[in-house]
Design a protein around this ligand. Sequence first.
Ligand SMILES: Cc1cc2nc3c(=O)[nH]c(=O)nc-3n(C[C@H](O)[C@H](O)[C@H](O)COP(=O)(O)O)c2cc1C
Length: 461
Amino acid sequence: MAGTVAGVVQRVVSDTIHLNLFTMNSVEHVSPGSWRQPGDRSHEYTDREYWTEVARTAERGGFTAVFFADVRGVYDVYGGDRETAIRKAVQTPANDPTYLLPAMAEVTDELGFAVTRSTTYQHPYELARQFSTLDHLTDGRVAFNVVTSYLESAAVNLGLDERMDKQTRYDRADEFLDVCYALWEASWDEDAVVRDRERGVFTEPDRVHRIDHEGEFFDVPGPHGCEPSPQRTPVVFQAGSSERGREFAARNAEAVFCSQPTMEGVREYVTDLRERAADYGRDPDRLAFFPGVVPVVGETTAAAEATYERLRDNVDVEATLALLSGFLDMDLSELDPDQRIEHIETDAIQGTMNAFTQTDPDREWTVREVAEFSGLGTTSPVVVGSPEEIADELERWVDETGVDGFNVKEIVRTGSLDDFVDLVCPELSERGLLPDAERTTLRDRLFGDGSRLPASHPGRQ
Ligand SMILES: Cc1cc2nc3c(=O)[nH]c(=O)nc-3n(C[C@H](O)[C@H](O)[C@H](O)COP(=O)(O)O)c2cc1C
């Protein structure tokens, strides 16, 4: 099936809807103030049992993956200090998500795990080892969400005087991935490990190769220290909206997060990225797209609307402004609440800026409107209704934008996930929309063409 037919973007990867739980190993992710909602258990994020329960629930619902956001630094742009963010738990405190995976993999069979790691503050030789290990321990169910990090407060804690500019961060990220691809794909031959007890040869040395990478940012001779894992290269996820971020995604990403709040915005993004991917010699249909969605479900429409009103009333506007100030690298405390947000090219997250200044040219957003809209899941659409209404709306998004599924954002933890799994997933399943779980690895489950990077991907060697 083609990517675009007569101006209509088609769904190309499969006829099913992939669901990723969009979460973070922290109290708050993208619904500031939600820890105060009745019944919220997000303070249990420090407990292993909390995460194994989340994994079991997501797998029961037919989710494809749990996606872990992660951030370095604290949100100290709002008001010029970290006070609001710390007081209100704005993505701090947050633990490292990586260590949760073995426990969550242990209690599930098919669920995938996408982990966010920064190419700005790590070394590719180290990161390649971490992901090979995770891919082994999860039986090939791991994805790497590549981020370049946006908070200045991360840079100064990690050995730099200031944050690198975005162009340099993405240049480094491209080279970082080239090193990783070489380590994962080219360093060990498929038949390198022979485990020949008689000859006393575990690995044939001439089947393990140096990579001899010499570049602007890294010199890595290799070889890789790990034997090949089921997927070798983890599934590559990314979310870039700036011009440079889109180029990076077009070259590297297999799955892309969209941050546009409208169907038109998502459609434009999907079409643009598929065209750019083709320019890199890639199969444009081999990219999967996942917009965020914030479902508020009830057994009836009236029940869902009542829940939505309650959730909205409890949004913490100040905490939302602290979060957005970090996303935009703009101190929103300095602006009049009724002042219009002007478009800038930000060195932080362009997608958040574009959502409010470019997605709909006829709509102007004031600071107050942005804060109220963003309190439940930042830029993602909130979908309120009965299970049938939510399923209808998800199907409509898929049919009209060509996306492959959704990042399902939580408000109350774990209540939002529990309700979605108990009420919406059975409806999606009945409509035959949830993907087949009988696949060997996360990549195979997403794309149905095996566990390895496809031949047209620049990382496949
Ligand atoms: C949906 C979405 C999720 C993201 N998750 C993270 C994250 O967990 N950690 C992080 O450091 N950056 C995250 N980002 C930031 C991006 O990966 C990217 O680095 C940032 O958007 C800057 O690039 P851009 O201006 O090209 O969009 C996210 C962005 C989007 C749109």
